[in-house]
Design a protein around this ligand. Structure first.
Ligand code: SF4
Ligand code: SF4
Length: 211
């Protein structure tokens, strides 16, 4: 599904001027992606293993039960889906969101690709597997933990620190406390239990009455 070795900071200059939360999210994702490049290189060297994740590989998007999503990430996905996804993907996505049955298959997966790729959650970015692609229905976290990347904590903490102003936490001491105490973790919920019908409705509203 993803190619961790290639990364860029996604950029939406006009939107970033209008939406103060957007550069926070994109900057944080840049840090996470940079950290992954670092961690993958290190894992490949130490374990003599090869990253198995690649474009079109999507078992993880169909079989994962535990992908957490944070409030700021949810805002990012709503924005991207409502304002950036065009036809014909848009209609397919709306249908999938309406039909989503709170199961492990992610509603954003269409034709083996992530429709919200630039703003996919940190958990999706961080799930990387080595040596061989996941088998159908496999969750390698349980079947072969040694092949699953352990992201570097310092990048995650830095990314969370960048996101914290969205939650009203701006000074350094409060940020440090929030990260150490896992405050942000308590705000996350699994993607599979989210009510994605509301997003389909927002996309419809936008189509009939664009801003
Ligand atoms: S190897 Fe597994 S985690 Fe990696 S992209 Fe393929 S299905 Fe997803
Ligand atoms: S958001 Fe994208 S990368 Fe994450 S599970 Fe869904 S389709 Fe896969």
């Amino acid at each position: 599904m993803k190619k961790t070795k290639d990364f860029q900071r996604f950029s939406f200059p006009d939107d970033e001027k209008k939406l103060p939360w957007l550069p926070l999210l994109l900057d944080a994702y840049e840090v996470i992606d940079r950290g992954l490049v670092d961690a993958v290189k290190e894992h490949e060297k130490k374990q003599k293993a090869k990253l198995a994740c690649q474009k079109g590989c999507d078992v993880c998007c169909r079989a994962q039960n535990d992908i957490p999503i944070y409030p700021l990430e949810m805002v990012g996905i709503y924005w991207y889906a409502v304002e950036k996804i065009g036809q014909p993907l848009r209609e397919t996505l709306k249908k999938q969101l309406l039909l989503h049955a709170k199961g492990p298959r992610c509603p954003f997966l269409i034709e083996h690709a992530c429709t919200v790729h630039p703003v996919r959650p940190a958990a999706c970015r961080q799930f990387n597997v080595f040596n061989k692609p996941c088998a159908e229905g496999e969750d390698p976290y349980y079947t072969r933990r040694y092949d699953v990347l352990t992201p570097k904590r310092k990048y995650r903490d830095r990314a969370f620190s960048i996101m914290l102003p969205f939650y009203g936490i701006t000074d350094d001491a409060a940020k440090s406390h929030a990260i150490k105490s896992g405050l942000l973790d308590s705000q996350a919920k699994p993607m599979r239990i989210c009510s994605w019908r509301q997003l389909a409705q927002r996309m419809d509203d936008f189509d009939f009455n664009p801003k």
